[in-house]
Write a protein that binds this ligand. Structure first.
Ligand code: FAD
Length: 402
């Protein structure tokens, strides 16, 4: 039995080792993670956990005894600093750990603001790790003034938590609308209105010029010439895939660690999965940043290490929680040429259906789990319902599946 070493004890790493054992892999498994915490789920870090509605224990994907009982050598607080491909070892401090098969599930790292514009001042936070959420949590006192930089899902979720806790929230988005990278204008409009109702001051088409302060951030200068007094700042301006180790080891990189359809990197002994990996998709390369992708891809790679030879086919879906709204997204909307709106009966419920040349690509469903579920099944089956039927709230969605 080969020795398998997995670098990165996050969502993908933890899913991969569990699947290996479930599928009967009996060799040695070592899971190495640089964070001190047991592998945990990140989504609540900008939602229920940040709000104080979720205990730490519930973040953990599995209890400690799972790893012990499954014979998984879980090494936490251990950072791999190099891969020696010739010797087939990874280096953790002074120790060289041998592998026959190596899997990289190194996730991604948040982009930070440059020090030249005050990005290194105290009180400037990102939200990626448990430690980030714990560091900013105590600042969420009622009345505190927070600036959120970036109107993507992470920034908007943090804004929702802050507004719910009674903070004074300003959010700046450099592009002309929030969510412009990931959603249609209809979805942006929906969330802009939702946040405005909750008192969040959203400024679109406005960039951050600089953060100011002596040691600790106390102000911000914006591109429209305005200034703000702030007590802390949350930066949500995207992430970069964790490719440093792979790159230093000479593996092929292409918007992430490039893998083939099976999840293998340019070195056949090394695989990759999750946020850090880009894989072939419809003639191009795709990298997804989501929990479902981390789990599904990691499980597929585990099966392939065991010889399944199964190409990874993503079934993209995503969610976001903001105030009383649950957004569920099925599919990938990029390249759409038409949005069909389907009103729903319940308050604050609506869904937006993305089409390109008559083909259904994606659905954004707000407080409408049925629209999400039906849309997801249609997309996965490659079926495209008549837009007129979709737009008519009297048409039973389930009839679209018939
Ligand atoms: P990660 O979970 O990031 O795990 C990678 C791990 O590798 C990290 O612990 C890292 O420390 C470790 N590592 C990296 N380099 C090394 C090294 N050299 N040595 C040892 N360890 C290393 N997705 C959704 O689908 N829905 C959501 O609502 C959602 N909300 C989110 C909210 C927040 C605040 C964040 C941060 C993410 C959210 N995501 C959401 C995204 C989702 O959490 C990620 O896509 C997912 O965690 C990716 O899993 P991963 O295993 O690839 O990476």
């Amino acid at each position: 039995m080969p020795d398998i070493v997995v670098v990165g004890a996050g969502q993908a790493g933890a899913s991969l080792v569990a699947r290996l054992r479930k599928d009967g892999f009996e060799g040695r498994i070592t899971l190495i993670g640089q964070e001190p915490a047991l592998p945990y789920q990140r989504p609540p870090l900008s939602k229920a956990y940040l709000l104080g509605d979720m205990e730490l224990e519930r973040l953990y994907l599995r209890p400690r005894h799972f790893y012990d009982e499954a014979g998984i050598d879980l090494r936490l607080g251990a950072s791999v600093d190099a891969i020696d491909r010739a010797a087939r070892t990874v280096h953790v401090g002074g120790e060289a750990i041998p592998y026959d098969t190596l899997v990289l599930t190194t996730g991604s790292a948040p982009r930070r603001l440059p020090a030249a514009i005050g990005g290194d001042l105290e009180g400037v936070h990102v939200v990626r790790d448990l430690a980030d959420a714990d560091a900013m949590g105590p600042r969420f006192g009622p009345g505190a003034r927070v600036l959120i930089v970036g109107g993507g899902y992470i920034g908007l979720e943090a804004a929702a938590v802050a507004a719910t806790k009674g903070l004074q929230v300003t959010l700046v988005e450099m592009s002309s609308r929030i969510l412009s990278r990931v959603a249609a204008p209809e979805t942006s409009d929906f969330f802009r209105a939702l946040h405005s109702e909750h008192g969040v001051d959203i400024r679109e088409g406005v960039g951050l010029e600089a953060l100011t302060g002596e040691g600790h951030v106390s102000g911000a200068r914006l591109s429209d010439g305005s200034t703000l007094d702030v007590e802390f700042v949350i930066v949500g301006v995207g992430i970069a895939p964790g490719t440093a180790l792979a790159e230093a080891a000479g593996l092929e990189i292409d918007n992430g660690i490039a893998v083939d359809a099976m999840g293998r990197t340019s070195d056949p002994a090394i695989w990759a999965a999750g946020d850090c990996a880009s894989f072939p998709y419809k003639g191009a390369r795709l990298r997804l940043e989501s929990v479902p992708n981390a789990i599904d891809m990691a499980e597929c790679v585990a099966e392939n290490i065991m010889g399944a030879d199964r190409p990874y086919v993503p079934k993209p879906w995503f969610w976001s929680d903001q105030y009383e709204v649950k957004l569920q997204i099925a599919g990938l909307g990029a390249g759409y040429d038409r949005i069909v709106t389907r009103p729903a009966l319940a308050a604050r419920s609506v869904s937006f259906w993305y089409y390109a040349a008559g083909k259904l690509l994606a659905v954004d469903a707000m407080n409408d789990p049925r629209a999400y579920m039906v849309g997801k099944r249609l997309i996965e089956a490659g079926r495209s319902p008549d837009p007129q039927a979709v737009a008519d709230p009297q048409v039973d969605l389930k009839s679209l599946l018939a």
